[in-house]
Write a protein that binds this ligand. Structure first.
Ligand SMILES: NC(=O)C1=CN([C@@H]2O[C@H](COP(=O)(O)OP(=O)(O)OC[C@H]3O[C@@H](n4cnc5c(N)ncnc54)[C@H](OP(=O)(O)O)[C@@H]3O)[C@@H](O)[C@H]2O)[C@@H](O)CC1
Ligand SMILES: Nc1ncnc2c1ncn2[C@@H]1O[C@H](COP(=O)(O)OP(=O)(O)O)[C@@H](O)[C@H]1O
Ligand SMILES: [K+]
Length: 487
């Protein structure tokens, strides 16, 4: 089972180009552009009033449709009795209806813009139409805003953010709230765009959806929740999936033990931890539900592969010796779904093409930025496009970890954004690798397993206090899965 179809449409991320195409399609279908702008302004008005008490509002309006949204909002706020000041980048943006509606009296020369604490500034300079770095007067306004203590609400995107990549083109001011329309844009979650967008609200303004517009998906349980349901009835442990986790020698065993713990709460029926004797003996003293087997050569792993293993997690704490590389080869030759993390990624960092030659489409590589740059040198751009290029280069799925995690290689790339800095703790990535392996062992398709694991793993750290560490993740993952199953 892949992603749920209807949810794919709702979770679509649209680049500014695709959004403009969707706008044009909707307008061609009979909705006048003025109606769309009016709906956009009403949505901003509603969200603004829900979050701010009455206070002075300054609206910065650019020369395009983003500025039109700002003007229409000015009229609504003015009508509701809010004190509004308009700063137009280009006075030409006003037409007769604006002047006759009395907006002229709200105008203030752009040079007089002094954002103050306690006021709200609406940033309606540029949105989807931004096509070059911001300079001159617009840049001055944004820099003044950035340096101020005023609250900021951005229309569509903080002006200066490239909606496709999240990159800052020239300058951009941090918004407390961003109101965008129809669907989120990749730039809301990538690069600086994630921080600068603040709290993101997506308003429905009646744009007609079309699957061709989608360039990526925003991860959400709606996409895959059904795939996690455990079928009831007559089954047995191995039928529910058996994960083989390859660990390393004694002192490095913690990473793979974290992976095994996550696999064992994934819903898979069995987990076997294989490690050289020193690691295996210690692991056996730590585990109850996880089975432990000593590893003297790749044969023990092959025996499991020929037996009941249905997925393999390999790399965390494995080391770089001969046994490690022989086990990695055996794992990849098995054709079983494999998660390659940590040492499995660095083993081949000098000869990545050798590794890529052994991979297949049920392999998932889970690098953090450091591992990624060593395994995929020379790739640049935003995290989403780098993950896509890496996946094409490797011939396997790539889950590139970070505050926003990008997953590429499935039907559509996925961005996962429910993580928090609590996850930046040793062993958290190992836990994620184990969870993905557990889901794949259950027979869940790799792209679904990767997306579900990324979300569940991040959700498990929600609300974590300063004392949180990766040891606490597995029971919290079990709790998240329980909540999902009963919701
Ligand atoms: N279409 C619809 O139906 C709906 C659209 N909606 C709203 O419209 C927004 C998109 O509107 P848009 O396409 O007019 O683009 P927008 O972001 O206002 O900017 C374009 C203008 O900026 C200029 N410009 C660009 N870069 C610049 C720079 N660096 N420095 C200086 N100038 C620069 C560019 O000039 P040019 O390149 O021609 O010189 C052009 O004049 C979208 O974000 C949403 O808020 C909603 O109302 C819902 C319905
Ligand atoms: N600031 C952050 N916000 C959200 N998630 C984060 C952040 N920093 C790290 N993470 C997540 O934490 C995990 C860290 O993985 P990794 O760096 O491999 O850790 P380790 O190697 O210690 O196991 C990844 O899943 C990553 O997405
Ligand atoms: K804007």
């Amino acid at each position: 089972m892949g992603f749920e179809r209807e949810a794919m449409q709702r979770q679509a991320l649209l680049t500014p180009d695709a959004m403009q195409a969707a706008d044009r399609r909707t307008i061609a279908g009979g909705t006048p552009v003025g109606t769309l702008v009016a709906r956009a302004a009403r949505a901003i008005f509603r969200i603004l009033r829900a979050h701010y008490t009455r206070r002075p509002v300054t609206i910065l309006c650019g020369p395009g449709q983003n500025g039109e949204d700002g003007l229409m909002l000015a009229a609504l706020l003015d009508e509701a009795g809010w004190p509004v000041t308009l700063n137009l980048l280009d006075a030409g943006v006003m037409d007769e209806s604006d002047t006759s509606s009395g907006l002229m009296r709200l105008l203030s020369p752009t040079g007089t813009f002094r954002p103050e604490a306690g006021t709200l500034v609406v940033d309606a300079l540029f949105g989807a139409g931004l096509n070059r770095p911001i300079e001159g007067e617009a840049r001055l306004l944004i820099e003044k805003l950035e340096a101020s203590d005023a609250s900021v609400l951005a229309v569509d995107l903080p002006s200066g953010i490239d909606g496709r990549t999240g990159e800052v083109l020239g300058a951009a001011a941090k918004a407390d709230i961003t109101v965008s329309f129809h669907r989120a844009k990749p730039g809301h979650f990538l690069g600086e765009g994630r921080r600068l967008s603040g709290r993101l609200f997506i308003a429905d303004i009646g744009i007609v959806p079309h699957h061709d517009d989608t360039s990526a998906l925003h991860n959400d349980p709606a996409l895959w929740k059904q795939s996690l349901a455990v079928a009831d009835g007559d089954t047995h442990k191995y039928a529910r999936g058996h994960v083989a986790v390859v660990g390393g020698p004694g002192l490095k065993g913690g990473a793979a033990r974290l992976a095994a713990r996550a696999a064992s709460v994934s819903g898979a029926g069995a987990v076997t931890y294989l490690a050289p004797l020193s690691g295996a003996e210690f692991a056996a003293s730590q585990f109850d539900a996880v089975m432990v087997k000593p590893l003297t050569g790749p044969e023990e792993l092959r025996t499991l592969i020929d037996g009941t293993a249905s997925a393999i997690v390999i790399g965390p704490g494995m080391g770089h010796g001969r046994l490690a590389s022989e086990c990695l080869s055996a794992a990849l030759e098995s054709g079983l779904p494999c998660v390659l993390d940590a040492d499995a990624l660095t083993l081949y960092e000098d000869t990545p093409h050798v590794l890529f030659g052994k991979l297949h489409e049920r392999c998932i590589l889970t690098p953090h930025e450091g591992e990624f740059s060593r395994l995929f040198p020379g790739l640049d751009g935003d995290r989403l496009s780098r993950a896509k290029k890496a996946s094409a280069r490797a011939g396997a799925m790539v889950l590139l970890k970070g505050s926003t995690t990008a997953i590429a290689g499935g039907i559509l790339p996925v961005l996962n954004t429910n993580g928090s800095a609590a996850l930046a703790t040793a062993g958290s990535g190992d836990t994620l690798a184990g969870l993905i392996g557990g889901f794949m062992a259950r027979g869940i398709a790799p792209e679904v397993a990767a997306a579900a694991a990324a979300w569940v793993h991040a959700e498990a750290a929600q609300g974590a206090g300063p004392g949180f560490n990766a040891d606490q993740l597995a029971p919290r993952i079990a709790a998240v899965l329980e909540r999902l199953a009963s919701s």
